[in-house]
Design a protein around this ligand. Structure first.
Ligand code: HEC
Length: 104
């Protein structure tokens, strides 16, 4: 009987800890590399030259505009060639926006 109770307790504990688990920590520079940002953009002169360098992008765009630029590039420039990153998971988008906003 006691054993049953403690097993149930353990199960509950496990459930709660899973539900409360924070979003995974993502490294934005790693993410940007995996997403191919540097095929077109550069930071510290490393990367592609077909699109604007992102070194000071955080001084030009606020986080809201950065997010919009990533989700719907054409909402900002009708002829935009940049692909949409709307498929990113919320915490990935957040990490990327925080990172870009910090490039000043
Ligand atoms: C295929 C090339 C390409 C890739 C890949 C790419 N971009 Fe872009 N990006 C562009 C171009 C070109 C522009 C300029 C606007 C346009 O023509 O789309 C741009 C614009 C931007 C802007 C500025 C938007 C504005 O309105 O001023 C930001 C911020 C940006 N890109 C970030 C990123 C990030 C972060 C990634 C990776 C997640 C990425 N880009 C991937 C080509 C690319």
């Amino acid at each position: 009987m006691r054993k049953k109770v403690s097993l149930a307790g353990l199960g509950l504990l496990l459930l709660f800890s899973l539900a409360a688990a924070p979003a995974p920590v993502v490294s934005a520079p790693d993410l940007a590399r995996r997403l191919g940002c540097w095929a077109c953009h550069s930071v510290h002169e490393q990367g592609g030259k077909t699109a604007l360098p992102l070194d000071r992008i955080g001084a030009h765009l606020n986080p809201e505009d950065l997010r919009a630029a990533l989700i719907r590039p054409r909402s900002r420039q009708p002829q935009a060639l940049m692909p949409s990153y709307a498929h990113l998971r919320p915490w990935e988008m957040q990490a990327l926006v925080d990172y870009l906003a910090g490039l000043k």
